[in-house]
Design a protein around this ligand. Structure first.
Ligand code: PGA
Length: 310
């Protein structure tokens, strides 16, 4: 039996939302492992609920460093608490193109190593964009991928990471709201971020096959995770900025059941953490005017009005 879902009520999230600053629900956990455990347990509870009803669960899965602890916890739940993946169907967000499944950087290989080889999922229920196709077959493959998602009944629960460009999947800046699975040219920043995996930026493929923004927003529940300070600036844009093709993650603001799950480092640029005094009395945020907050606020004010502190 899976233990009940761990919920961490965001102490001041609703207030920030009420202040109109955050345009999407955000939950901040003390650590990435706590956050990952909570999301994995939510997924496990969904799988068990749907299994009990005799239904499949359709998961939208992501690769990269962010979701690995979720997969670790799902494997633990499978091994130690009897969670079965027999009724689970998966669709992965993306794959480099071209890319052979044997390559170290292949997302197909990543998913095998981090999840599929360790659970009882039926291989025919696993779907990952095919990086081996010749160019002339890619468009047909993408249309078929969309059809398979629809035929499976649509994605129940989609997990996402976020790139520094604001991409979800590989939907780089400029991706339209109505985009579907397609071949895309990777942003330079994304290729730079992948450089260490490929032993140099020049080895990173220039293209990828990715589910589109509309494919992602069609999921019934969408959870975007971000961990680490390097994600903080783009998280601020996705959460507090306008909905814009410049930051594909901002489209999640338009989804009725999308949420963002952060560790404290990825949350540091949000107004409620950076300059909470702009939103209302500090007590509302569980803070008080101690010497640290006072010093931070005074420095912020001096910088903002460009006047020295006397
Ligand atoms: P990361 O990548 O999880 O490795 O940070 C996320 C992404 O680029 O979508």
């Amino acid at each position: 039996m899976i233990s009940s879902i761990e919920t961490v009520t965001p102490a001041f999230g609703p207030h920030a939302l009420a202040a109109g600053v955050e345009h999407i629900p955000v939950t901040v956990y003390g650590s990435s492992s706590q956050a990952s455990r909570a999301v994995a347990q939510e997924i496990a509870a969904l799988i068990q609920l749907k299994h009990a009803r005799g239904e499949h669960t359709v998961l939208g899965l992501a690769t990269g460093s962010t979701p690995t602890s979720i997969y670790d916890e799902l494997i633990r739940l499978h091994r130690e608490e009897g969670l079965s993946f027999k009724n689970v169907i998966t669709f992965n967000l993306d794959e480099y193109w071209p890319m052979s499944p044997e390559e170290l950087q292949s997302y197909r290989r990543f998913m095998r190593e981090h999840l599929f080889d360790h659970v009882d999922i039926d291989p025919k229920n696993v779907h990952i964009p095919d990086g081996t196709l010749p160019m002339e077959k890619v468009a047909g493959f993408c249309a078929e991928y969309e059809r398979k998602m629809r035929d499976a009944g649509g994605i129940d629960y989609q997990i996402l990471g976020i790139g520094r460009t604001g991409h979800v999947g590989f939907n780089e800046p400029g991706s339209p709201r109505d985009s579907r699975t397609r071949l895309i040219t990777l942003d330079r920043v994304t290729r730079m971020d992948a450089a260490s995996d490929f032993f140099g930026e020049w080895n990173v493929p220039r293209k990828a096959i990715t589910m589109g923004v509309e494919s992602i927003l069609s999921a019934r529940t969408v959870v975007l995770l971000a961990f680490g300070e390097h994600k903080a600036p783009v998280i601020r844009r996705a959460v507090e900025g306008e909905v814009s093709a410049a930051v594909a993650a901002s489209y999640l603001q338009q989804h009725p059941s999308a949420r963002i799950v952060l560790d404290t480092s990825a949350a540091t640029e949000l107004t409620r953490f950076k300059t909470p005094w702009l939103l209302g009395p500090l007590e509302m945020f569980g803070l008080k005017w101690d010497s640290k907050t006072t010093r931070t606020a005074a420095t912020w004010l001096a910088m903002t009005v460009k006047k020295p502190l006397l």
